[in-house]
Design a protein around this ligand. Sequence first.
Ligand code: NAP
Length: 501
Amino acid sequence: MTEVPAREGVFRWPDKPLGVLVIGAGFSGLAMAIRCLQSGFDDLLVVEKAEAVGGTWHENTYPGAACDIPAHLYALSFAPKADWTRTYAGQPEIAAYLRELVERFDLGKHIALATAVTGAVWDGARSLWRVETDRGPLEARVLVSGMGALHHPAVPAIPGLPTFLGPLFHTSAWDHGVSLEGKRVGVIGTGASAIQVVPAIAPEVMRLVLFQRTPPWVIPRNDRPIGPRMRALFRRLPLARRLVREIQFRVREARAALGFTRVSRLTRLAEAASRHHLRRQVADPALREKLTPPYRLGCKRVLISDEYYPALTRPNVTLETGPIRVVTPDGVTMQDGRHHPLDVLVLATGFDTTASLARVPVVGRDGLILARAWGERVAAHRGVAVAGFPNFFMLLGPNTGLGHNSVVLMIEIQVRHVLDCLDALRRAAPAGARAIEVRPEAQARFLARIRARMRDSIWQAGGCTSWYLDANGHNTTLWPDSVLAYRRSARRARRADYRLL
Ligand code: NAP
């Protein structure tokens, strides 16, 4: 396994303004760094708050953690990996892939680990960003956020939760020091993380109680090992690997049309397929009833699993669907008074997706604070740039998440968009340009189109609530169309949409 650079490793703390500063060394930050270096922007530093690269794939090490997008499609197109060992890679293999990128692209001297950004202010007089970190200040001409959204655990406001005496942890901060063997374990939540954790731990625990508030739609996964012969073929014939990736991409793109973004007659077909999956795997009609979602498929993230439903039919597993009244020192008491005694409690309750940029105040031109500039609705031009924030770009920013396809594809489109802007700035530098900023009119036109498309989308009209929606019920998380449509819209930064300062 490739070693990542240590905190005091190969990189040296810069003593003059950097060309490009990237926040976060997950998929987004690493992709940005590689592409910057390849395009000649080599005065570059990536700062990462964790002790290792990998972002969400470094942090989420819970049992069963894996990606629900096929591995070949979840890799960077310009950094393919021929030898994925399964159709759907597990967390250790994806985390190792991201660590290997550091060596493959010689990124070590460009990464500062264990360095958390605490704020950034645009200095208009000097045309640069003054960035505060917990290791000292930095300055950079260009600031790129690759912070992601899935790393601040959402801890539910359940009465009594802090009084629980046994081990209590969130899926994203799994305590591997706690053995679950022979224990009574409670899991709260039934999202993408829970449906992977539950089948992974059910065989070893004495009792597992799964607390469900809303059942998810689940479709088959069909995960298979990729044998040595196939891996050798992918190594010798890159075209074969690219073909597999293209097919995986097109199948998922078809889902965007098949009712994963809006309620259509095809939504019913997809729901029938999911119900068939449930019928095949769960014989007990009462359990099936509890597992049947009361909202339209696609409204929440559609989950893929072949092991989740069978795990719930195990004799040592109970699906609890009543409301929780209180967590006590020794378990969970339901509204109707029933008590589940527990030794360990796991929160599979998702993430606070608004926390990233709220915790890192970004102050743009004329003292404009990003969180306030947004007002009640988070927004960015093509999900990447915000008017009033020169030389600042976001990767996987507002409305560029995906439910139906690989977000890595979105990241690559955005990296290309940012590089287009940096290129324009580089070309205009001899004439005195020092910054590039999106025009408010261009941003407003883009947002109007997104909002119009969102109006009858499945997330708004599908009869559920989810973390895709903000406090006002607006979907500020997902891209409301296909990846191909986003590629057409955002791959190039239109010169007329930006002004040079
Ligand atoms: P999530 O999808 O937000 O699910 C959170 C779960 O906790 C939901 O079932 C929710 O119920 C429940 N919950 C929250 N507060 C609760 C409360 N007070 N009482 C009872 N139940 C409560 O979180 P996640 O499963 O961690 O997934 C988050 C995102 O991470 C996913 O959407 C996906 O983007 C990503 N992810 C991806 C993979 C992958 O394979 N690629 C794997 C894991 C995670 P309600 O539904 O009723 O709100």
